[in-house]
Ligand binder design. Structure first.
Ligand code: CMX
Length: 439
């Protein structure tokens, strides 16, 4: 057994025992009450799921196994120039709850290289699609097409003991994550660079090799990829891509089906697709205003015209957060350090000054602050990754780290089929009438 798998099994066995004892003693204790507003309002805030890998606080933002993003930057092993954290380290942390050593992260990088072979038919599936197929459609289909390789599906057919479900799920997770950069880069090169593909560079870390296969060289872009792939990895369990992966996985669909489900959720404009929408909206604004450095007054007018045409301001607002997203702030810190004179970056910072008071003045937006998607486009454009319909694929490569490590936990802890209760409006009305009679 590999060292990560051994460690995971030890931790999972201990937690499983603890949870069983806890449920035996406290299983009937009440943790929450649900209001009618929550039932109609997208289940905001209702606690319905266990997600071990990260937790989101409305004010503080995300913590991965207790570590904030600035803390992760301090404690995780970094890329070769010692500047940005390696997402391999975050995956290790999410899976087993420990900060890995340099040696352990090196081992993981090598493991993923060893496992990175993409089956030939996946490239054929991609090549059969019209070249203008949205990159997220290509990404989701490529992931689903690799289901032929699922260790879980094979072992299930053979009659696996349910106590062992976690084992092939771990194998599927490792294989899938190992292959995603190759698939994403293949989609990028076929869609925007005439299918002029670039072979992997096995001397590099997971992010460095990904940057290389995209065709964007330079240490700073590799550092951006390390940071980007770290901060987008997980955002607790209730966000749509995580929850979709979890829901599909709860039927014992394997990691391939589950991740494809999660990616289909990420492809919506209220979720991951917002990163392409942000830069598109910024470029449309610059076009409409006829300048590359608009004043704050000009931006405010454009924001108001977007709102009055019934559209949202992409990159702003959040279902849980009530402060500027630490993932936005981490990207701002990167821009300040590496590219503070970039024109688009300066526009993003001006928007950050202008949008929150306008959204606040509407009186209905619960969080007027920027989210993760408000900054990423400006950074990517700077380094030459200008094709914004590809951006959500980058988000997806990163998000796989969180949702798949969480899937390993769901299998190890024996979580059941997810099946919440729905009701009809007729039921709501008759229940309200009964409540009134009893009052
Ligand atoms: N611009 C304009 N209006 C907004 C808004 C924004 N950025 N954010 C919220 N609102 C509006 C909502 O549309 C809603 O209006 P109605 O009552 O007329 O329907 C009202 O404010 C209340 O919404 P909320 O409770 O504050 O926000 P939700 O939890 O319902 O939605 C989110 C959260 C992210 C979907 C929403 O803020 C939004 O649409 N933002 C823009 C899209 C975006 O950036 N998504 C990316 C989120 C991060 C990610 O997942 O990647």
């Amino acid at each position: 057994m590999d060292p990560l798998k051994t460690k995971f099994n030890e931790k999972a066995t201990a937690l499983r025992t603890e949870i069983r004892a806890m449920l035996k003693e406290h299983g009937n204790k009440k943790f929450d009450e649900v209001t009618l507003k929550q039932i109609y309002g997208g289940a905001r805030g209702i606690k319905t799921m266990i997600w071990e890998t990260s937790q989101l606080d409305p004010i503080e933002g995300i913590r991965f196994r207790g570590y904030s993003i600035p803390e992760l930057r301090e404690v995780l092993p970094k890329g070769p120039d010692g500047k940005e954290p390696r997402p391999e380290g975050l995956f290790w942390l999410m899976l087993v709850g420990e900060i890995p050593t340099e040696q352990e992260v090196k081992w993981l990088t090598e493991q993923w290289l060893t496992r990175s072979h993409v089956p030939e038919h996946t490239f054929k599936v991609l090549d059969s699609l019209p070249v203008n197929t949205h990159p997220m459609t290509q990404f989701s289909l490529a992931i689903a097409s690799m289901q032929t390789e699922s260790c879980f599906a094979r072992r299930y057919d053979e009659g696996i003991d349910k106590a062992d479900y976690w084992d092939p799920t771990y194998e599927d997770t490792m294989n899938l994550i190992a292959r995603l950069p190759r698939i994403a880069a293949y989609i990028y090169r076929r869609t925007y660079h005439n299918g002029d593909h670039i072979s992997p560079d096995v001397s590099q870390d997971w992010s460095g090799n990904f940057a290389h296969m995209l065709g964007i060289e330079g240490d700073d872009f590799k550092n951006l990829m390390r940071l980007y792939l770290t901060i987008h990895a997980d955002h607790e369990g209730g966000n749509a891509s995580a929850h979709a992966t979890h829901l599909v996985g709860s039927t014992l669909s394997d990691a391939y089906y589950s991740l494809a489900g999660g990616m289909n959720a990420l492809a919506g404009p209220l979720h991951g697709l917002a990163n392409q929408e942000v830069i598109r909206w910024i470029f449309k604004m610059l076009d409409a205003l006829g300048t590359k450095s608009p004043s704050k007054e000009q931006i405010a007018d454009y924001v108001n015209s977007t709102l009055s045409s019934g559209q949202v301001i992409p990159g702003y607002g959040h279902a849980v957060l009530r402060q500027p997203d630490p993932r936005f702030m981490a990207q701002k810190r990167f821009a300040e350090e590496y590219i503070k004179d970039d024109e688009v970056v300066k526009v993003v910072w001006k928007i950050f000054d202008v949008v929150p008071p306008i959204l606040e003045s509407l009186g209905k937006v619960k969080n007027p602050w920027p989210n993760v998607d408000a900054h990423s486009g400006a950074l990517l454009v700077h380094y030459g990754l200008k094709e914004y319909s590809f951006y959500t694929v980058l988000f997806g490569v990163s998000r796989a780290l969180g949702v798949l490590s969480a899937l390993c936990w769901s299998r190890a802890l024996g979580f059941p089929l997810e099946r919440p209760k729905s009701v009809t409006t007729e039921w709501v009305k008759s229940t309200l009438a009964k409540m009134e009679q009893e009052a």
